[in-house]
Design a protein around this ligand. Structure first.
Ligand SMILES: C[S@@+](CC[C@H](N)C(=O)[O-])C[C@H]1O[C@@H](n2cnc3c(N)ncnc32)[C@H](O)[C@@H]1O
Length: 298
């Protein structure tokens, strides 16, 4: 795959590798250089395994929708999403402590690079599907740009039995965090953001939702297509979808209450249509009427 790189890309990729191999800590500029120029296509014989690193500008949009102090990045690559998820300057400005970040990535070489780019994060070299058994404790938010589609996997995530890797990762994320933000293929999302929000049918999402109960929600309007030509070796149509378990639970509670109400109305005994009035029976008050003779609302 190294043949795919231009001369200039190869030069910069090699410089990034040199930086990674240096004995000293890297400066911020060097860390960014590695993120920008370490090339996933120059993978020296390993399978690409759905590795398409997120363009920097798209990754920087994601930080707007990440809440909390403890964040896990699943299928982290060399740490592009995690780098922006630190929200370093804003949190410093606001006097907040640095975010605690955990990155999970299967490829040991990416983990080695990631540890140099983001040494403040905890890096775990593992299969994402093994994470639910790792006892990492609760996170405020899980983020991911996972491999897309029907790529080979070692098993299934809790609840989901379908073929799409992105949904397995989201189902894993749901075991770790009440909130999530994920980059997924557009056809797996129940909406797309164009000039505004457009709801769309996705049979794949319907299945995922049915099997897991997880609802994927729209973001506040991140125009992912603006970054489409910034991916390397691909130009995927993607959406950023959000998960919020608090909202899922509120909606489920409201639905249960509405169902119970409908059932109660259905089984409530009906009053007979005509009742013979006895002198002892109290008379029902006539329904109130508005002045034009229609029923009033209150
Ligand atoms: C689409 S890339 C995205 C990388 C990074 N999140 C980013 O946004 O730049 C997906 C990553 O998932 C990794 N990966 C693939 N299968 C995995 C698995 N089963 N467990 C953990 N990571 C995996 C790949 O090595 C690759 O780095």
């Amino acid at each position: 795959m190294a043949g795919k790189l231009s001369k200039e890309q190869t030069k910069q990729h090699n410089r990034a590798r040199q930086l990674v191999d240096m004995a000293r800590d890297l400066t911020d500029e060097e860390r960014e250089f590695v993120l920008d120029h370490f090339h996933e296509s120059a993978n020296m014989g390993r399978t690409l395994d759905g590795a398409f690193f997120t363009p920097a500008e798209l990754a920087s949009e994601l930080h707007h929708v990440i809440p909390g102090d403890r964040v896990i990045d699943l299928c982290a690559g060399i740490g592009r999403l995690a780098w922006h998820a630190r929200d370093y300057w804003i949190r410093r400005w606001e006097g907040l402590p640095p975010r605690e970040i955990v990155c999970v990535e299967k490829d040991p070489e990416y983990v080695r690079v990631g540890r140099r780019v983001l040494p403040e994060a905890k890096w775990i070299c593992a299969d994402v599907l093994d994470v639910p058994g790792m006892d990492l404790g609760p996170f405020d938010c899980a983020i991911s740009n996972p491999p897309f589609g029907r790529i080979k996997r070692s098993g299934d995530a809790p609840g989901y039995r379908g073929p799409l890797f992105e949904f397995h990762v989201i189902a894993v994320a749901e075991t770790l965090a009440r909130r999530g933000a994920f980059i997924i293929p557009r056809e797996s999302a129940p909406f797309r953001i164009e000039t505004g929000f457009v709801r769309q049918d996705s049979a794949a999402y319907e299945r995922f939702h049915r099997e897991t109960g997880i609802t994927l929600r729209p973001n506040p309007g991140i125009p992912t297509d603006e970054f489409r030509d910034q991916w390397r070796d691909a130009s995927p149509a993607v959406e950023i979808v959000l998960h919020n378990r608090d909202e899922d639970e509120l909606e489920a509670r409201a639905e249960r209450a509405a169902l119970a109400e409908r059932e109660a109305v259905a089984i409530r005994p009906r009053r007979p249509k005509t009742t013979r009035r006895t002198s002892a029976a109290p008379q029902a008050a006539p329904p109130s009427r508005s002045c034009d003779g229609g029923d009033t609302l209150f």
